[in-house]
Each structure stands twice: as structure tokens, then as C-alpha cells.
Design a protein around this ligand. Sequence first.
Ligand code: ADP
Ligand code: MG
Length: 390
Amino acid sequence: MSSGRKRDRWDSSSDEEEGGATAVGGLSGETKKTSTGPGRPPQPSTENAAVPHLQSALPAVRKHNPLLQGCRSVYSSYERVARLDEGTYGIVWKAKDTSSGEIVALKQIKFDETLTKEGFPIAALREISVLLDLSHECIVTVREMVVGDNANQVFMVMEFMQMDLKDAIERSGHSPFPQSELKNMMYQILSAITHCHAKWYLHRDMKTSNILVHKSGKIALCDFGLARKYQTPLKAMTQMVITLWYRPPELLYGESVYGPAVDIWSVGCIFGELLKKKALMDGQGELDQINKIIALVGAPTETNWPDFQSLPNAKMFRWRSKGPPTLPATFPVNTFTGGQTYLDPNGFDLLSKLLTLDPKQRISGEDALKHPYFRSTEGVERQVPRFIFD
Ligand code: ADP
Ligand code: MG
């Protein structure tokens, strides 16, 4: 194949729109990554065996050792099948491994001017180093990094997943997910984020479009472009993280000293979205988001959030809602365990504990996994979700 043809196959510049990318302010240089470099092989996971029976359904991981052989060329290794998505930090392709025939996903790193002020795009660097440091069945697997002809053609090769959870919800029609499947999905999502937290990472952009689904029913967390290490005691970080609809109240009120609880709030929003099949709180701005949160779970008080008054924006953002929380009416509980489509009392309890205003009182990922909602003896048993693919 001529190099002209190859270029045509992988050079994305003709597909790229100008100025589509926006960097999230205040992120540059705030993280000192414990980078493992692209050569580190994934470690076998021993923690949180969320879906052990699904392991064999997945493609084999990276076989090439870039430390010995250098990164492979995208032209000789992969054939482009389709363009899947374009986000802020990269373009995602469906591609075929030319030697094994395996289908993979390639995330092409965007070398946009606004993203490359410090050389290699910082978000991409973060994503690569974090993903190589994490190894869990519910976190997307990176097989290798491959390069094109130019220094600005770098691709992250990942296991291919059929779609993201946002699309899966949209395609699944109007009837609610059976509780058995919902439980399985929530368990996998919580397993993934608990693993991140145990390895001292915050994801900071948990949402349904950053959760991938495989036809086997496996779920995998992706998009670690905003992830960073945290430590205890917690240190100040930027508040310019987490997509508005999934952003916790403490960040909206200006808290900069935060930890794993921020991701847990987002998981609560995802739980609500899986139940309602639409975004739980779709605020049109920060104040509107605060109003939606308070209408759903109630206003901060001395008892439910003692530290609230000391938050930077506590006096600035006043809320409209004066009534009782709408959470119970939004998610009516059904105690009849045979009724698969309704949230049982344990499910409602978990949802309320995830969506707790005070980050200090919010349930941790570890405790959420031990919640009675997931115990098969106390309700509907977990079952692998059957997503609709065409
Ligand atoms: P961005 O930082 O641009 O949001 P993401 O990693 O979230 O990048 O990828 C954008 C989209 O591409 C995802 O929402 C998902 O729809 C799709 N995608 C990402 N990774 C994969 C994958 N491994 N398999 C299939 N689709 C993927
Ligand atoms: Mg994304």
C-alpha cells in the first residue's frame, strides 16, 4: 500500500473541525503523575471481581512490548473501520487489527493548539498514564499506543465496546430496566470507581457517556482525561471539573478541597438516570443545577451539612425550593420483590446515600458495594444486562 493511501486511511485532519476543543481551565500543571509510561503491561486484577464470568468474552490484551520494539505504526497494524465519536480531547475510531482481525477502538489524541501549550496534550498524557496504572475488569483496557507518520499522530488502542451507556439507555426504549440488570450495572460502575479510589485516583468526569457497554453485558469506565491523584489529608484542586449535571453540591458551592465523594455523587446521578432513563438533574447553569439538587434532596441545614456555611459560595447562591425533597416521589419504592421494574427499599436507601449533600456523610464506594441492595438474599438477584445492539 502506498504511503499516500495510508495517509488517506488514518490522517484525520480532513475530518477534524476547527476549534472544536476547549481546555478545562486551571488544570495545567496541577498534577504530578506517577507515570508508568506506555510500556508497562497491565497487571492482572485480583480486586472486585464484579463480572468474573465475563472475562473470557473479552479480547486478549496487548502482546507487543513497546519497551523492546518501540510503538507500532498505525498503518501497518490497524485498518480503520468507522469513526465512532469526537470529543474534546480526541477522536475515537473503530478499527481492525490487521494481523489478528480483532476489532478495537482507537482514540486519536488531538493536538489542538489550546491543548498543547505544554507540549504533549496534558489531558491525553493523564489519561494514558492513569489507564496504564489501573487494571480492573470494569475499566477500559488499553492494549498499546501506536503512532502515525507525524509526531502529532498518536493513538491509544483500547478494547472495543459496542456503545456508551448514554446510547444504551436511549436505545433500550421506554420501559424501565429490570432491577436485576440495574443492580448488575450499578455494581459494575461502583466496582470501577472504587478501584480508582483505592488506587488514589479521582475520575472527575463520571457520566453515562464515559461508561462503555460490551455486548457481553460488561460495563467499563473510560475517559480519564480529567482524572488525577488525590491524597489524605485532602488538598485543594480545581473546581472546574465534572460535567454540570453530575457535579456535586460542594463543587457548585466552590469547595476546592475534595476527594472521592465527588465521583460518588456522580454515580448517584447515574443511578437516577438508569432508573428514569433520562438525566436526573439537567440544570441549565450552575444556579439552576443547585436549585434542581435542593428540590430533589432538600436544603442544607446545620445537621445534614454542618460545614455548608463555610463554603466560598454559600452566601452567594440562594435556592428557590422551600418544599420537602422530591426524591421519594420521583422514585417510588415497591416492596414486592417479584416486581422487577421498581426500586426496592434497599435500592432507594442506596440512592439516598449516594445523593447525600454533605460529602463527609456521603457513602463511600467501598461501603456502597457492601450495601444490602447488592445482597441477593435481600431482594432481586443481580443479572447481566442485555443491551440492545443492531
Ligand atoms: P472524550 O474525552 O473526547 O469525551 P472519550 O474517551 O469519552 O473521549 O470517548 C468519546 C466517546 O467515544 C465515548 O463517549 C464513547 O461513545 C466512544 N468510545 C470511547 N472509547 C471507546 C471504546 N473503547 N469502544 C467503543 N467506543 C468508545
Ligand atoms: Mg468522554
